[in-house]
Design a binder for this molecule. Structure first.
Ligand code: PEP
Length: 247
């Protein structure tokens, strides 16, 4: 009943010429029943949206500021990325939490902003290696989800997706075992289901962390893994098409 989703997060990569070539390489190789999302750097949202005209692919932003407008030099709002064609936005990516000090409060404010602007938030959560080694992974992840639910409110998450991205697996080549990913996804869905059973049943929970063509099929085969959030491997159009087609 949940349609799988595959999203490609380009992070801070790409230039006009590279993007045009990537689209030429990627689009003809697609044969996927997943909802597909491309997340370019904000300055290229319009270019990517135009390049995807006529294709059933959603464009999303990697980040937004919580305020709609104001004296926040260098920032971009949810309303602005929506205006540029984005329909989805990542919130709480571990690189934002780690490099830019984003707390659960900031993440929740961005979920509120996404809702206000009509964007679907993809709430990223995940534990560090130390937290996993200490046996705290589930507690950390559920605390991240719960904080956002409490601060932003269930209604702001009505159209949201969650991306479970163990921090130790992002950009490292290390991937969670499919059974471990399934366990965490089922734990998150179980927690959501205690208060919002209908939402829990329909909310896509994506796995992220060194997804590649070689491991995508096994991960996506797990019943609570509804697709993937793909970083590094999405920069290679051929590899990313194989991941999209693995659904
Ligand atoms: C990401 O950026 O969300 C991600 C999962 O990166 P990678 O696939 O490179 O680990």
């Amino acid at each position: 009943m949940r349609r799988p989703v595959v999203a490609g997060n380009w992070k801070m990569h790409g230039t006009r010429g590279w993007i045009e070539q990537w689209l030429r390489d990627w689009l003809p190789q697609l044969d996927s029943r997943a909802e597909l999302i491309v997340l370019p750097p904000a300055g290229y949202l319009g270019l990517v949206r135009a390049g995807l005209d006529g294709h059933a692919v959603v464009v999303g932003a990697q980040n937004v500021h919580a305020e709609p407008a104001g004296a926040y030099t260098g920032e971009i709002s949810a309303e602005m990325v929506r205006d540029l064609g984005a329909q989805v936005v990542l919130v709480g990516h571990s690189e934002r939490r780690g490099h830019f000090g984003e707390t659960d409060e900031i993440v929740a404010a961005k979920v509120v902003a996404a809702h206000r602007a009509g964007l679907r938030p993809v709430l990223c959560v995940g534990e560090s290696l130390d937290e996993r080694r200490r046996g705290d992974a589930e507690q950390v992840v559920l605390r991240q989800v719960e904080s956002v639910v409490r601060l932003a409110g269930w209604e702001r998450l009505d159209r949201a997706m969650i991306a479970y991205e163990p921090v130790w697996a992002i950009g490292t080549g290390e991937t969670a075992l499919p059974a471990d990913a399934q366990h965490m996804h089922a734990t998150i869905r179980g927690w959501l289901g205690r208060e919002a059973p209908e939402l829990a049943r329909r909310m896509p929970i994506l796995y992220g962390g060194s997804v590649k063509a070689s491991n995508a099929k096994a991960l996506f085969a797990e019943p609570d893994v509804d697709g993937g959030l793909v970083g590094g491997a999405s920069l290679d159009a051929r590899e990313f098409a194989l991941i999209c087609n693995a659904v």
